[in-house]
Design a protein around this ligand. Structure first.
Ligand code: NAD
Ligand code: DAU
Length: 341
């Protein structure tokens, strides 16, 4: 049985990826290593807690002794989602971004090499390419021109992965994806902020003139793309993963308000994000051609599905907004596993 170590499996995409593997790949064992930062919510994975092929380990990817021990137990593939991910936070305080997104990646690489992990998958972002004007798309060969501390730290992580492949011949693949949306996204990112505020008739904060463009991909489609890179991606390659769903933020806000049958008067233009990238768009021809991956969920299906999920998970949202989710690990996990706090 192959073992996949998922780092950062309690965050938004990691949760969806762990659930995807456990639901569709009974032949895989999944170990989830997560530090449970403010963005990690163990309760997301409550339904698989007793699953025979699943194990959770609380820990930091920068903790070399722990990572070495875990990888020494036998890991075939390491998929690294663990990162600080919110651009606005990186502008206020970049230190943790450098630690987790750069030092963390280096620690994983050093230990993976020492313990002969067969394949290393680094989950990257389109933000490393910087900002586009009204036309064009980034390919895998576009230069890296990150514009904020988050994307700079992610670019550094990607370059370390590249270097370990070139220097040590490590079997490593980097994926770079556009903006994800769907279940379990932390309500500090645009879509869950827009949905949860509108649900409560609170203003929707749209940064600047609202004409910044993002390309949206339903999280399940991202998970399938990562799985294809994990299974069939070529070592040393980068794969762009785009949704083909470009939308200015103001249109996204209107779409969500229409879905919730709320008035457009809830839209409130607020001070812009410093260095706010104007447009992201990826050319995904390489992953489509080489790995036969295509997005399946259109925005017309994905937005109503996502809005419905948040409507049906208001308790989940409420806990995240109040900070109560942080109690879950302490109360529930420690009790059920008889661990010391
Ligand atoms: P998230 O913020 O929702 O979750 C991050 C997870 O990583 C959390 O569970 C957190 O506890 C964990 N973590 C953070 N630092 C850690 C550390 N030092 N050690 C162990 N665990 C740690 O993030 P997300 O939106 O799910 O993004 C996951 C990955 O995908 C990130 O690498 C991000 O750069 C990349 N990505 C995200 C998007 C997007 O739209 N969300 C798009 C492209 C790429
Ligand atoms: O492109 C991939 C990236 O997408 C990932 O690498 C990041 O981890 C992820 O956070 C996301 O970054 P963005 O900055 O694009 O996402 P965010 O949800 O923060 O913002 C989306 C757009 O909406 C962006 O143009 C800023 C704007 N925005 C955001 C928030 C939170 C608003 O207008 N209002 C808001 O309240």
């Amino acid at each position: 049985m192959r073992t996949v170590l998922v780092a950062g499996g309690c965050g938004f995409i990691g949760t969806n990826f762990v659930l995807h593997l456990l639901r569709t790949r009974p032949e895989l064992r999944v170990v989830n290593l997560d530090k449970l930062t403010y963005a990690g919510n163990l309760e997301n994975l409550a339904e698989v807690e007793g699953h025979p092929n699943y194990r959770f380990v609380k820990g930091d990817i920068c903790d070399e002794a722990l990572v070495d021990k875990l990888l020494g137990e036998g890991v075939d593939v390491l998929v690294n989602f663990a990162a600080e991910t919110h651009v606005d936070r990186s502008i206020k305080d970049p230190a943790e971004f450098i630690r987790s997104n750069v030092v963390g990646v280096q620690t994983l690489l050093v230990c993976a090499r020492k313990r002969n992990v067969r394949r290393f998958i680094q989950i990257g972002t389109d933000e490393v390419y910087g900002s586009l004007g009204p036309s064009g798309r980034f390919t895998e060969d576009s230069p890296l021109q990150p514009n904020n501390p988050y994307s700079a730290s992610k670019a550094a992580g990607d370059l370390l992965v590249r270097a370990f492949h070139k220097t040590h011949g490590m079997d490593a693949v980097i994926t770079r994806c556009t903006n994800n949306y769907g279940p379990f996204q932390f309500p500090e990112k645009a879509i869950p902020v827009f949905v949860s505020n509108a649900m409560q008739d609170r203003p929707i904060p749209v940064y600047g003139d609202g004409l910044h463009v993002r390309d949206w991909l339903y999280v399940e489609d991202h998970c399938r793309a990562i799985e294809s890179a994990m299974e069939r991606g070529r070592a040393g390659e980068v794969y762009n993963i785009g949704g083909g769903n470009e939308l200015p933020n103001i249109e996204l806000a209107r779409l969500i308000l229409r879905e919730l049958k709320k008035p457009e008067s809830l839209i409130q233009f607020v001070t812009d994000r410093p260095g706010h990238d104007r447009r992201y768009a990826l050319d995904s021809a390489k992953i489509q051609k080489e790995l036969n991956w295509r997005p399946r969920v259109t925005l017309a299906e994905g937005i109503p599905r996502t809005v419905r999920w948040y409507l049906e998970h208001q308790e989940w949202l409420g806990k995240l907004r109040s900070g109560d989710y942080l109690e879950y690990y302490r109360r529930h996990y420690h009790q059920t596993h008889g661990l010391k706090e």
